[in-house]
Write a protein that binds this ligand. Structure first.
Ligand code: NDP
Length: 281
């Protein structure tokens, strides 16, 4: 556990990163831990990213979060990494254990599982459909497969990208793939995970109601304004919907634990964040 009187320097790097909710989340975690934490949001470019992270470490930083588009670059910077980061070839968390001893982890998948545990329990034996094959899908696939679902399908606009992902995770579990157009013929799923970025452009993957079994859940990794299109569409179809705000808070809690040796309680932080976002609508 970090020394209580010292201020721990942390940051999130991204492009853009100005609207990141991470500083607010980590402020609340620090309060719970009774720890002094200085957590900044730092905008970088592909040219400045590596140097900016190095500067944080040289100034005594304990570690950082990394968001799009630097998760792959962050993983490459570390000397050691978790299985999740190795499989995803990406990191959302770096821990500086020494000047040349950086540990990379990808807490997104475990964060998702913690939120899903609260909503539906374990994924063991379930039929799961993942929409999207980008960085977020890569970050969660290994953790999902480790829960031994009955079936895991990755559907993506670019089929080749879905197939490459399935191949990369073949040693963890079987992943079937299809294009978004081919979804229509598939039997109903227990859980749909929307890992596409369509919501940021005001869109959603046009699902049909039969894709989800009665009582199943459509879980959108998006939150805030980007979650609204799929939320509205699911409401229209009468499908259970949940956004990805809980995943965001849970992955942050896992990062905080890696840096500080303290696992924050997330329920209250999530409730307050949701209230703040709703008030801002
Ligand atoms: P990427 O850019 O890596 O991947 C985007 C995915 O969306 C790809 O599968 C892409 O398909 C698909 N896509 C984009 N536009 C379209 C379109 N017009 N039609 C069909 N498919 C489309 O993004 P990430 O994987 O990093 O992130 C995905 C989402 O998850 C983002 O909205 C992000 O905010 C969210 N996220 C949430 C987290 C949380 O904590 N709640 C954590 C991480 C991410 P193709 O491969 O064919 O281009």
């Amino acid at each position: 556990m970090a020394e209580r009187n010292a201020v721990t320097r942390l940051a999130v790097f991204g492009q853009p990163v100005k609207h990141s909710l991470s500083p607010a989340i980590h402020r609340q975690f620090a309060r719970q831990a009774n720890a002094g934490v200085d957590y900044q949001a730092i905008e970088a470019t592909p040219e400045t990213f590596a140097q900016a992270v190095r500067e944080l470490q040289l100034k005594g930083g304990r570690g950082c979060n990394i968001t799009a588009p630097f998760k792959h670059a962050a993983w490459q910077l570390a000397q050691r990494c978790s299985d999740s980061a190795r499989r995803a070839e990406a990191a959302n968390t770096l821990v500086f254990d020494g000047p040349d001893d950086w540990y990379a982890d990808s807490t997104d998948g475990r964060g998702l599982l913690r939120d899903l545990q609260r909503l539906i329990g374990s994924l063991g034996g379930r039929r799961i459909l993942i929409l999207g094959a980008g960085g977020a899908a890569a970050g969660l696939l290994g953790d999902v497969l480790e829960q031994a679902p009955a079936t895991t399908v990755v559907a993506n606009r670019s089929l080749a990208r879905a197939e490459a992902l399935a191949e990369r995770f073949a040693d963890v579990g079987e992943v079937r793939t299809c294009s978004l157009e081919d979804l229509a013929g598939l039997p109903a799923f227990d859980l749909l995970l929307n890992a596409t970025s369509l919501g940021h452009a005001g869109g959603h993957p046009g699902l049909h109601a039969g894709l989800l079994r009665p009582g199943g859940l459509c879980y959108d990794l998006n939150y805030g304004a980007a979650a609204e299109p799929l939320r509205a569409y699911c409401q229209q179809l009468g499908l259970n919907y949940h956004d990805g705000l809980g995943m965001l808070v849970e992955q942050a809690a896992l990062s905080f634990e890696l840096w500080m040796g303290f696992m924050p309680r997330t329920d209250e932080v999530l409730r307050q964040l949701r209230e703040t976002l709703q008030a801002a609508r």
